[in-house]
Design a protein around this ligand. Structure first.
Ligand SMILES: Cc1cc2nc3c(=O)[nH]c(=O)nc-3n(C[C@H](O)[C@H](O)[C@H](O)COP(=O)(O)OP(=O)(O)OC[C@H]3O[C@@H](n4cnc5c(N)ncnc54)[C@H](O)[C@@H]3O)c2cc1C
Length: 414
């Protein structure tokens, strides 16, 4: 492989996409001695200049533990709001809530909420200072050719190129890598958008993440540091677009009209952003010398804030699969090396995507079905066992399938 004139510094793994999943994967692999090249569409992210896309992410305990292993949490901690309690409501049924009394402690919250730009800023900083990690910026992958012993890629037409044993597509929902590999992405679009806005609250939020299921979809109030909150309002596409274009004053009026006192007194901060919502899972997570991770492999409804968490579990599982294959002397781009990753991740992803889909449909269904959904919520809310099972599942640390990095330690193989 190293004799190939097309080669770029002899990297073992090329990663397309410098989003939170691509950067986390590169950092994880390099921490275990691999050499990675990340091809990034964007230029270097700068916290001061970086565009804020309005989103704030719920980060589960397992993801936090992985990032902590690489020193990323000390950078994001000042911007992270611990989640002390989660409350969900459906009109006219007893609310469901999870909190410290469900086996958590004040030192170990249910998770954290962090604005997307604080996460990306910390990951970019770490990536630029990671041994074995090279970044090509302002570059879009545009060609892939697989061979028996390597994969060749090119970017920006053929402005640049490189070869490696494995290519990982972390290039988001419209993944070029997935399409070039001929992997289909079945599922459906919700014909709805998640409208995101940030507000400053008058009443203290006390770290409580709240969600109410309305007729057109869920409405979430996610606590942020300094008594701010990120709102995620699901609406039909046309309505969400119209709401995005309203003046701040008109938007505030619409918001009050929609959710009454649910939010208390607030003032809007910054812009509004609307994201199309989809439920799609790739037919396969691996192909010849190719693997997919994050949104390139799956898109789910954001109602439980699990999309990035799933992607970060892909990172921990794929890194473990690759490291294990290298440990036993396998070619890391071979089907034999990659198949365990597909088995590990695809079924769990389908289960998560379909659960979110079912929940979304039940609360939009005719009253009788909404009644069943509300009753189910009330029953789960009353059962300690059911609540703690849900918390465990959401943390990403759910038994023997938990990747080593999610346990907060570097990987080891005997
Ligand atoms: C409204 C909303 C709220 C959400 N809230 C949460 C939440 O609370 N918690 C949670 O876990 N998840 C949440 N999600 C999901 C989360 O946003 C995604 O799962 C996450 O961004 C996926 O990260 P990624 O790195 O896989 O993809 P992306 O963030 O899409 O990054 C992909 C990167 O690849 C780059 N790229 C694309 N094509 C190319 C190419 N050809 N060459 C090189 N680079 C390329 C892109 O520019 C981008 O930088 C939410 C989503 C929405 C819409």
């Amino acid at each position: 492989m190293r004799d190939n004139p097309h080669i770029f510094n002899g990297h073992e793994i090329i990663i397309s996409g410098a989003g939170p999943v691509g950067l986390s994967l590169a950092i994880a692999l390099c921490a275990h001695g691999f050499e990675c090249l990340v091809v990034s569409k964007e230029s270097v992210f700068d916290q001061k200049q970086g565009d804020f896309d309005g989103r704030a992410y719920t980060i589960a305990a397992g993801c936090w533990a992985m990032w902590d292993t690489f020193g990323i949490c000390e950078k994001i901690q000042p911007f992270a709001q611990p989640i002390q309690k989660v409350e969900a409501e459906a009109a006219s049924f007893a609310p469901l809530s999870f909190g410290f009394d469900d086996g958590q402690s004040e030192d170990r919250p249910l998770g954290y909420l962090i604005e997307a730009h604080s996460i990306l800023s910390a990951l970019w900083e770490k990536a630029q200072n990671t041994k074995g990690l090279s970044l090509v910026t302002n570059s879009q992958l545009s060609g892939i050719k697989t061979h028996a012993d390597r994969v060749d890629v090119s970017w920006n037409g053929s402005e640049g190129g490189a070869s490696a044993r494995l290519l990982v597509g972390c290039d988001g929902r419209e993944s070029y890598v997935r399409k070039a590999a001929g992997i289909t992405f079945p599922g459906h679009d919700y014909k709805a958008k998640g409208l995101v806005a940030t507000v400053s609250l008058k009443q203290p939020h006390n770290g409580v993440a709240r969600q109410i299921f309305l007729k057109n979809g869920p409405f979430a109030v996610l606590p942020l540091p300094n008594n701010k909150a990120s709102l995620v309002w699901t609406e039909r596409e046309v309505v969400a677009e119209a709401l995005t274009d309203l003046s701040d004053r008109d938007f505030e009026l619409e918001l009050k009209e929609k959710i009454g006192d649910f939010l208390g007194e607030f003032s809007l901060l910054g812009g509004r952003f609307a994201y199309p919502l989809k439920m799609r899972v790739a037919d396969s997570f691996v192909s010849d010398r190719i693997a997919l991770a994050g949104d390139a492999a799956h898109a789910i409804h954001p109602l439980a804030g699990q999309g990035l968490n799933l992607g970060l579990k892909d990172v921990a599982s794929l890194a473990e699969t690759i490291a294990k294959a290298a440990h036993v002397g396998l070619d890391i781009g071979s089907p034999l090396a990659l198949e365990p990753y597909e088995e590990w991740r695809r079924t769990e992803t389908i289960n998560m995507a379909t659960s979110m889909d079912l929940l979304e449909r039940m609360f939009k269904a005719p009253p009788i079905f909404r009644g069943f959904a509300g009753l189910g919520m009330s029953l789960v809310g009353k059962s300690e066992t059911a609540r703690s099972a849900l918390i465990k599942q959401a943390s990403g640390c759910d038994g023997e399938n938990t990747p080593q990095l999610f346990q907060g330690r570097l990987m080891q193989f005997s």
